[in-house]
Every structure is written in C-alpha cells, then in structure tokens.
Ligand binder design. Structure first.
Ligand SMILES: [Zn+2]
Ligand SMILES: [Zn+2]
Length: 258
C-alpha cells in the first residue's frame, strides 16, 4: 500500500466529504494519508477530527506561509493545543513562499521561526513548504534548530544542493506530481540520488495532478503515478518503491501501520 504524505481534503476542495475520495484511493492501492490542516483554524480542526475518526489518516496543523499574516497569539495557542493530540503527527505546512508572496516576506520569516520553535516544544516534525526562497528556508531551519525534530520538505522542487543540506538536517524529501513532468530535470536528478530511506510520495491534492491526469482535480488515488515515476527513475520495481516510501512515511510521522 502507498502512503500519500500530503493532501488537502477540506470541504472547500471536496464538498462531498473526504470519505469517498479516500475509498477511491484505497481501491487504487493507497492505504495511508496525511491530511494537512492549514488555511484556518476550522480547517485544522477538521483535519484533526478526520484523523481521530479514521485510523488510515494522520493529521498536521500549521500556518501556511500564504497565511503568515493571520497568526496571532490566540491562533498560536490553539495550534499548540492541537499539536498535543495523539493523531496530529507533524506541524505544517510552514515555510516561505516568495513566489506568491501573499504575506509580506518579513512576516513569513518571523512566523516560520515561531513555527519551528513550536514544533520543537511539541517535539513533532515539521512539514516544510518552500518556493523561490531556498537559501532563507535552509538558513532558518539551521539557525532555529529544526534538526532536533526533523521533518519533510514537501512537494520537493529544488535541486541537489538544496537536497543535500536538507538531508543533513535530517529531513525527508517528498515528491509530488511534478516528478512526472517531462522537463523537471533537477527534480529527476534528486529523485535518483536521494537515499532510499529518506524519500516519500505525495499528491498535494487538490493541486498538481500528475501526468497523465493533468488538468483534473488531484486526489490521493493519483499518487500511484508519482510512485511509478520514482521507481522508474531509480530503476527499481514499483513494489520495492511502495514498501520503502510507506515505511519511511510511517517512521517520520511516528505511526504504526495497521
Ligand atoms: Zn505547499
Ligand atoms: Zn500543501
């Protein structure tokens, strides 16, 4: 069974609820899911509720860099409370996004630092979103002691140099549908070189549908295409890639697979 390490299943994306989506994924051979609770406190609570109801779902909570400007003391303390729940296995996604820049850069940096500190005090790993800010993302992770908790670089779309520094910090690299794009040469290179015990697959549903499903609303079932491409790039059978990435995901989130 595959493990989709990053999906957004909020009602705003899937108005009929998450259960049908997850059943379709299970039929496709995807048995475990990490649902990302960002965007609002309501979304975070919904992700936690789903994980507390379904044993095949684990949850994260956090403040996406797009929403960095919404962090206030009340939200921060609520997130701290949610992080103590057993089914919340990571803090994220947090990080820097200088491409869209929906929140000011200095605010993003300040919030990112606070989130690393929160992960350390909760002793839970981080799920990192980084776009157009590779050096500053690594600098903050290094300076704030992210090594103590580790985590995941989600939707990996950087290069070998970035991957090397992230691996040194104890992070895992999670590949999304972007891996199936023909021109993603730097990402293909990292997918070949990364250690087998530090790679993961994800959909980032409802975004980033892989080839050959471009243009569709992405859902966790589609992670199979990314896993196939990863196996192909590494020259190993799909079954071996499934086992490795699923064991890695269970390790980083600290979950025992049924
Ligand atoms: Zn992201
Ligand atoms: Zn995401």
């Amino acid at each position: 069974m595959l493990f989709d390490t990053h999906c957004h299943l909020d009602a705003s994306h899937f108005p009929d609820g998450a259960d049908d989506v997850l059943e379709r994924a299970r039929s496709a051979g995807v048995g475990h899911f990490t649902v990302i609770g960002v965007g609002s406190l309501e979304t975070a609570r919904a992700a936690v509720a789903l994980a507390e109801r379904r044993s095949d779902v684990t949850a994260t909570v956090g403040v996406h860099p797009h929403d960095a400007s919404t962090l206030d003391p009340a939200l921060e303390s609520e997130l701290g409370e949610l992080l103590t729940r057993e089914r919340v296995r990571a803090l994220g996604e947090v990080g820097l996004d200088y491409h869209y820049e929906h929140s000011a850069r200095d605010v993003q940096r300040e919030v990112f630092r606070r989130m690393v500190a929160l992960a350390r005090s909760a002793r839970k790993p981080l799920v990192i979103h980084t776009r157009s800010a590779p050096d500053e993302t690594l600098e903050i992770l290094e300076a704030e002691g992210a090594r103590d908790v580790g985590g995941i670089i989600h939707c990996f779309s950087e290069d070998r140099r970035f991957a090397t520094r992230a691996l040194e910090l104890g992070f895992y690299l999670s590949f999304s549908g972007i891996l199936t794009f023909k021109n993603a040469h730097a990402i293909h290179d990292v997918a070949r070189f990364a250690p087998a015990d530090r790679i993961l697959v994800e959909t980032d549903s409802p975004y980033l549908a892989p080839v050959p499903l471009r243009g569709k609303k992405c859902e966790p079932a589609f992670v199979v295409h990314t896993a196939k491409r990863l196996a192909e790039l590494r020259g190993v059978p799909l079954g071996e890639m499934e086992t490795a990435t699923t064991e890695n995901a269970a390790r980083v989130f600290g979950v025992v697979l049924a």
